[in-house]
Design a protein around this ligand. Structure first.
Ligand SMILES: C=CC1=C(C)c2cc3[nH]c(cc4nc(cc5[nH]c(cc1n2)c(C)c5CCC(=O)O)C(CCC(=O)O)=C4C)c(C)c3C=C
Ligand SMILES: [Fe+2]
Ligand SMILES: [Fe+2]
Length: 384
């Protein structure tokens, strides 16, 4: 758990007249996916994932056994992936590091005392543990901060539901702000573009002048049915890429958005990253892959991109294969997270996006702002 950085005068600041004032204690709850901490945890982690109603959209009475069956089938390939990483996911350590960096970045904010807590969705520490830790710290306010820039019902939406349930069980009731998405936040886009620009320049320096270099912005995929049902994730991924591209200084840039990590037989959104690697090989174009929907290194960057896809690209004779590092605790990225937190806390809204209100076009019915409006309308109709 990030311990946070507390100044010596923690808990007290000064107002405009120099009078001592009490700082608001703000617990920032960082939502993330979580990952197994040892090889024995791979199966139960997958069971948690595939029995989540946000992921496996089948009638409730089928879900527990179908979810277990899918998890059982996925265990071997997943274990092989995590074995490359020493049998565990690096996600918890990296998320805790981001939490400590965020606390440090906000340590001198005059009127708030911030402490970050990690709430993983599918492996420890999960929402129940985080809710108890937050309750023990006794904050004045809570900010729910997903470490997913783009909202999906399968990620942020699912974490919010798990958090609400955990708070109910823990008896935690504190004024809460939920930041639903930050796909096109300027600070995030600029920090990400800096990483892309650096990697592009390094790759360009290694390649012969006549070899073209294409940027593949690769996001985690999603079953198409979830997007068709109204999930705004794909639209938001496209917005992120457009925002990052605006900050790049690359003449005649060749880029595309694609999707990786398909794990079920249904149709997933495309084009797939694998197909794009194949196309680049056919066209004798080198590629720079930039993970765009997840802000830490994890199994899908360190294994899928760095090992599996790289091997496939080499096998296909691609003229160059490069990857942009994930943001992790990059200082400009952490500064962007701190600004997002300040913006959300100062917004006066209980639900806000990076820009305040709703950003998603209306066909994306699963945008939480759309849901909040429907719930408010229903509440108004309820008899007193
Ligand atoms: C139907 C299945 C899945 C959906 C939908 C899904 C959405 C989704 N996931 C991420 C980010 C991550 N997922 C990660 C691992 C992972 N995801 C699934 C399945 C679905 N994800 C599985 C089965 C796994 C386990 C790994 C495996 O079996 O290969 C991870 C990696 C975590 C780690 O420990 O390293 C991330 C990150 C997003 C952003 C998303 C939808 C928008
Ligand atoms: Fe996933
Ligand atoms: Fe939205």
């Amino acid at each position: 758990m990030p311990e946070g950085t507390r100044g010596l005068d923690s808990g007290a600041g000064r107002d405009m007249c120099g009078q001592a004032m009490t700082k608001r204690r703000v617990a920032i709850v960082l939502f993330n996916l979580g990952g197994p901490d040892r090889s024995e945890s791979v199966r139960p982690f997958l069971v948690n994932l595939f029995t989540d109603p946000a992921i496996l959209r089948v009638p409730g009475f089928i879900r527990p056994w179908l979810g277990r069956l899918i998890a059982w089938r996925r265990t071997k390939p997943a274990m092989e992936n995590y074995a490359v990483l020493g049998g565990k996911s690096p996600l918890l350590e990296l998320t805790e590091e981001q939490g400590r960096a965020l606390d440090a970045a906000m340590a001198h904010d005059p009127d708030i005392e911030v402490r970050s807590f990690v709430a993983m969705r599918y492996w420890h520490p999960m929402s129940d543990e985080a809710a108890h830790a937050v309750k023990d710290w006794a904050p004045d306010e809570v900010l729910l901060f997903p470490l997913y820039p783009q909202f999906s019902t399968t990620t942020t939406g699912s974490s919010i539901a798990a958090w609400d349930e955990a708070c109910r069980k823990a008896g935690l009731s504190v004024p809460t702000t939920t930041l639903c998405c930050w796909h096109s936040d300027g600070g995030f886009a600029a920090a990400t573009a800096r990483l892309v620009q650096d990697s592009f320049e390094k790759a360009r320096a290694e390649l012969p002048a006549d070899v073209k270099l294409r940027i593949l912005f690769s996001a985690h995929g999603l079953p198409e049915s979830i997007v068709n049902a109204g999930d705004p994730y794909q639209w938001q991924v496209e917005q992120t890429v457009a925002s990052v591209v605006k900050h790049l200084d690359i003449p005649d840039m060749d880029h595309i958005v694609c999707y990786q990590s398909r794990v079920t037989p249904q149709k997933w959104i495309g084009p797939s990253t694998e197909d794009e690697i194949e196309r680049a090989a056919e066209e004798k174009v080198a590629i720079l892959i930039c993970p765009i929907a997840f802000v830490s290194e994890h199994s899908e960057t360190l294994v899928e991109l760095d090992v599996e896809y790289r091997e496939e690209a080499d096998h296909l004779g691609i003229p160059g294969y490069f990857r942009v590092p994930a943001q992790n605790s990059d200082p400009a990225f952490i500064a962007a997270l701190a600004d997002l937190a300040r913006g959300a806390l100062g917004s006066g809204r209980s639900l806000c996006s990076f820009a305040g209100g709703r950003q998603c076009p209306k066909q994306h019915r699963d945008c939480p702002h759309a849901k909040a409006r429907v719930e408010a309308r229903v509440a108004v109709k309820e008899p007193a």
